[in-house]
Design a protein around this ligand. Structure first.
Ligand SMILES: NC(=O)c1ccc[n+]([C@@H]2O[C@H](COP(=O)([O-])OP(=O)(O)OC[C@H]3O[C@@H](n4cnc5c(N)ncnc54)[C@H](O)[C@@H]3O)[C@@H](O)[C@H]2O)c1
Length: 340
């Protein structure tokens, strides 16, 4: 007989913060580099091309005592039915017995763990004096990119947000983001001064930035090679499926390249298109970020290099985050316990 805890988004939001996500993802990357964590190949199925699909990202974090999976289902016609477009569900199991431990609403964790990944790219690879961040993309995920970067990188004081799909600056959206970012920081007990402004000229903003995060579903480059000055770091996050691309291949070819998972980055991340075009080869990847965190590979080696970190999203981020949320929920008596 086994029991399992079911955790809603509301349960998770009470116990899991942006600071927790940063610690979880850094630890997950480290375990992956040290052989205690593994991301198994993603399973992807399109039910109807461009209309509905699902992916399963799975893996194991032995040092955290869990294995499991996150299933994300996208049904674009759902909003017309009054339902969310995306459902995300994470299952974590005990690594010593196989027993299911918890089923979690993944949406409460995905934004935080994805922002954490982008921010860890900046923390470990940007110049230490990086103060100007450009976030390219002003949708749901962009808020988490800003909040996590502010927490992980104390040198960042000025953040610009650009929406490549709009000709004007996304002023109203950035006002909403300011409130949500402040709430995310407050929930984590972080008191942090920052400027957050909307911009309409991506080229100019990219040229002035020390760090850039790209977070769009673009299938053609939104950041060009010539826009980016020496010494800039770019964390690219939006490309998580074959065919997506945010950086011009020439920019990828000019950069010192880091990824969250070598195989996935080439199969379905930002490096897929540049590799298929012959602009780079998989051997050009310097390291997985976890190898830098674990001290097994070098990060930036000069203030003039352009560095790129591609995070296409791996299960160990979700497993480490879910394990923390589950442990806290257990202590607080949150969630619904069910016998299987
Ligand atoms: N790597 C990961 O771990 C991970 C995790 C979650 C989401 N994602 C990806 O991040 C991306 C953004 O997610 P979101 O929830 O913020 O999306 P969203 O739809 O809420 O926002 C998308 C933003 O990009 C802009 N945009 C839309 N189409 C564009 C295009 N063709 N070119 C340039 N800009 C465009 C929109 O105007 C908006 O500002 C998606 O591709 C999503 O799949 C990646």
């Amino acid at each position: 007989m086994a029991t399992m805890r079911v955790l809603s988004a509301a349960d998770i939001q009470k116990v899991f913060t942006i600071t927790d996500a940063l610690e979880a993802v850094e630890e997950a990357y480290r375990q992956k580099a040290e052989g205690a964590g593994v991301a198994w190949p993603m399973v992807y199925e399109a039910f109807e091309e461009g209309v509905s699909d699902m992916d399963i990202r799975s893996g194991r974090l032995a040092a955290s005592g869990v294995f499991g999976l996150k299933l994300t289902a996208w049904f674009s016609e759902n909003p017309a039915k009054g339902m969310p477009e995306i459902f995300g569900t994470t299952l974590i199991c005990d690594d010593t017995t196989g027993a299911p431990l918890a089923l979690l609403n993944a949406s409460a964790i995905t934004g935080l763990r994805t922002g954490a990944a982008a921010a860890l790219g900046i923390k470990w690879l940007a110049r230490k004096d990086a103060s100007r961040l450009l976030v390219a993309g002003a949708g749901h995920m962009s808020t988490f990119m800003v909040a996590a970067s502010l927490v992980a990188c104390p040198s960042i004081t000025h953040v610009e947000v650009w929406d490549p799909k709009r000709a004007d600056a996304p002023v109203e959206r950035v006002e909403q983001m300011r409130e949500t970012v402040a709430a995310l920081l407050a929930a984590a007990g972080v008191d942090r001064a920052f400027e957050l402004v909307a911009v309409g000229d991506g080229e100019q903003a990219a040229g002035a930035a020390d760090a850039i995060v790209t977070i769009t579903p673009a299938t053609a480059p939104i950041i060009k090679r010539d826009w980016v000055r020496p010494g800039t770091h770019v964390s690219c996050v939006g490309a998580d499926m074959p065919g997506k691309q945010e950086l011009e291949s020439a920019l990828v070819a000019a950069a010192r390249l880091y990824v969250d998972d070598r195989a996935q980055s080439v199969a379905s991340g930002e490096l897929e298109v540049p590799v298929s075009e012959g602009a780079i080869s998989p051997e050009d990847i310097v390291a997985e970020l976890g190898e830098v965190i674990a001290g097994k590979a070098a990060g930036r080696t000069s203030d003039d290099e352009i560095t790129v970190f591609d995070t296409s999203g791996i299960a160990v981020q979700d497993l480490a985050s879910s394990k923390i949320a589950y442990g806290r929920a257990l202590e607080a008596g949150l969630g619904t316990v069910t016998e299987l």
